[in-house]
Design a protein around this ligand. Structure first.
Ligand code: 3H9
Length: 655
């Protein structure tokens, strides 16, 4: 069986090796063994003048086998496999049929020549897995394309298209027609000629200032992931001490990072994200094909959803209640596409095309022939209910009707309405055109095909779908509620909003809980608490209630947990807020920075576990996906469940 991993066929002195290790031709142990044996065999075979290495499928090589990284490395190691190819007396030509990523790019760089199919690309995404290239990438790429471009590709995990690779000097050819015949023909023209090896290319040291600036810039962008700066150091070692020393530094760093918590966290997310896109329970269920989607409501959420759908190629009908509201909604959509052009996410023509897919209409009449309608109106049961009553009259029984509610019970929105198999909740996160999370909440009667369509829609929008049970706040907002309650408990234990926010930023979140509430406004949660009190719930007066009663609603009222100078977003400690909170604080030991972060993350993980135990999430890794993609939890910490489990493990193992 192993021998099938790489097939050899000979064409008049040219050996063609075809790697076939689906799904992505990863360079697992068996492939490395086979490649090692073949390299020796071809070296000794006098009938062979050159070797073309290609692969089957849409990918050339997706890298090392990530699944092996939880175990100790096993020989033959990839750097040695590649070194043997580079040292061959016969030219090796990599014929890239598709993406060459990570170890795959390094394998291609170790070959003497590279021919790209025009759809092929080459990249070193290791830093996104908390690693650095570990098979020569940090040494060979700078020597092939120059120091500054290589630093960018490696530290940002950027991928070069075939045209960019050609421009950079990495692609000797881009195949105009069929890749393999062209690669074989190219091999024949070489007549055994070998280029100067990458190791012989000189690299000048640009000096301290260059490295210091690069380090600071890369560390800022890495937001706590140690890999990008570690990659820079490996590149620098090779520049300062030469190719061989650079390879040793690279390997040492790669192996150290491979065993790190950050890399384990990023691997966990890599597999969790892919599993989320292919839920086992939906295997074999065909989603409904979608071409036309309606979005009801042109506010921040509705316009963001409309923009996301149009960017993914769907024809969108955006509806509002009147012409003014509609014009404002369409302007919001347009502004989103403008911003995408500015950020380089699309070009002007792309933005025009996206906007052309969005039609605005007043009233729901134009939604009758939509395959999918997403309601994003005011968070009020009666209003949403009226929308659905009208939708079921207008749309055919097969149209999928979705609510984007955050806190209402979707069952109550559609209670008693006909054809309940097609109702579902699709909970987007704001801004919907940016945030990757989509919570998908099937109702009791939702058909599996409708659920599968939600998952397929998320994939099409480039989002991560997480199936949530229909409980209050679904997954994310329920955990948020608990997190906020714990943050307030910390306040009452004597920590200040500044200390708590700083602790969470130091942990890796973009914002702490109090600055976030000041940004969003304290009044929404306050009103929810008051409503619960009116219904007889016994909710003690908390610090947030005291602030709102004193008119401190957050940034919009000039102050909340913090004070803000007029026109400024910079939170300043607030003596007034402190005085309002003070009567509630219990005297005693005040929690420290790490205790604060530990308690807040533990609260999230505990709530996450409860959600799993209640059957409202499919797995702990789904909780992690929700927090990472919906709430800014740092990727390199893997999510609260992963983080908590890892912490418990290292405590019990005494590490
Ligand atoms: C590395 O190379 C280190 C070296 O520098 C040094 C070594 C010494 N390994 O994404 P998809 C699985 S680090 C194992 O849905 P697509 C994936 O889990 C690596 N498995 O397909 C999924 O499995 P399942 C650096 C892998 O067509 C299936 O393949 N490389 C690997 O949308 C399909 O995946 C990277 O970071 C792997 N390397 O996209 C590249 N890759 O079906 C990571 C994928 O059971 N990979 N799987 O759910 C990718 O970016 C995409 O998979 C790729 C294909 C673009 C290749």
């Amino acid at each position: 069986m192993t021998n099938d991993l790489i097939r050899r066929s000979d064409f008049d002195g040219i050996a063609l090796l075809t790697l076939a290790n689906p799904p992505v031709n990863a360079l697992g142990l068996a492939v490395r063994q086979r490649l090692t044996a073949l390299t020796a065999e071809l070296e000794a075979d006098e009938s062979v003048r050159a070797v073309v290495l290609t692969a089957e499928g849409r990918v050339f090589v997706g890298g090392a086998d990530i699944a092996e990284f939880d175990r100790p490395p096993e020989a033959p190691h990839l750097p040695d496999v590649i070194a043997a190819i580079e040292a061959s007396r016969k030219p090796w030509i990599a014929a890239l049929n598709g993406a060459a990523l990570g170890g795959g790019a390094e394998l291609a760089l170790g070959c003497h020549y590279r021919i790209f199919a025009d759809t092929a690309r080459l990249g070193l995404p290791e830093t996104s897995l908390g690693l650095i290239p570990g098979a020569g990438g940090t040494q060979r790429l700078p020597r092939r394309i120059g120091l500054a471009p290589a630093i960018e590709v490696i530290t940002a995990g950027r991928t070069l298209s075939a045209a960019e690779a050609r421009e950079a000097g990495l692609a000797d050819r881009i195949a105009a027609g069929e890749l393999i015949p062209e690669a074989l023909a190219f091999a024949r023209t070489l007549d055994g000629a070998l280029p100067r090896p990458a190791s012989a290319a000189p690299l000048a040291d640009p000096g301290h200032a260059f490295w210091d600036e690069a380090r600071a810039r890369i560390a800022r962008a890495a937001r706590g992931n140690p890999a990008p700066t570690a990659a820079l150091e490996a590149i620098r070692a090779g520049v300062a001490e030469g190719f061989a020393a650079g390879l040793r530094a690279e390997r040492e760093t790669f192996l150290r990072l491979r065993a790190s918590d950050e890399a384990a966290a990023l691997r966990h997310l890599f597999f969790a994200e892919r599993a989320a896109l292919r839920p086992a329970a939906l295997r074999g269920i065909e989603p409904v094909p979608l071409t036309r989607a309606g979005v009801i409501g042109g506010g921040t959420m509705g316009s963001g959803i409309a923009a996301a759908l149009a960017a993914a190629g769907l024809e969108v009908r955006l509806t509002e209640t009147g012409p003014e509201a509609l014009a404002a909604g369409l302007e919001r959509v347009e502004a989103i596409f403008e911003a995408q052009v500015k950020r380089g996410l699309t070009d002007r023509a792309g933005a025009t095309e996206r906007m052309a897919r969005v039609t605005g209409t007043v009233g729901l009449g134009a939604l009758a022939d939509c395959d999918l309608v997403i309601e994003a109106v005011f968070e009020d049961l009666a209003v949403k209910r009226r929308v659905f009553e009208e939708l079921v009259r207008l749309c055919g029984p097969e149209a999928i009707l979705a609510t984007n509610t955050s806190y209402l019970d979707p069952e109550r929105i559609v209670e008693g309405l006909p054809h309940p198999h097609r109702f579902i909740a699709l909970h987007f996160f704001s801004p919907a055109q940016v945030m990757k999370l989509l919570e998908i909440v099937p109702l009791a009667a939702t058909a599996p095909r409708i659920l599968a369509t939600g998952v397929a829609l998320a994939a099409r929008l480039g989002k991560i779908p997480v199936q949530a049970g229909n409980g209050e706040g679904f997954i994310g907002n329920r955990i948020l509620k608990r997190y906020r309650a714990e943050a307030e408990a910390l306040l009452l234990a004597g920590a200040t909003p500044t200390e708590i926010d700083e602790a969470m930023r130091a942990f890796g979140l973009g914002m702490g809980p109090f600055e976030m509430q000041d940004m969003a406004g304290l009044d929404i949660a306050f009103r929810a608490r008051e409503a619960a009190r009116a219904l007889g719930q016994d909710l003690p007066e908390g610090p947030g209630d005291r602030l709102v009663r004193a008119g401190r609603l957050g940034r919009k009222s000039g102050g909340g947990w913090y004070d803000y100078a007029p026109g400024s977003r910079l939170p300043q400690p607030s003596p007034e807020a402190a005085a309002l909170i003070a009567p509630l604080v219990t005297p005693g030991a005040r929690p420290s920075g790490t205790e604060i972060a530990d308690r807040l993350i533990a609260a999230m993980a505990e709530e996450g576990q409860r959600i799993c135990d209640e059957g409202l999430a499919q797995s702990p890794s789904d909780i992690d996906l929700v927090e990472v993609h919906g709430y800014g939890f740092p990727r390199h910490k893997g999510g609260p469940m992963f983080h908590a489990a890892r912490k418990t493990r290292s405590r019990t193992s005494g590490a």
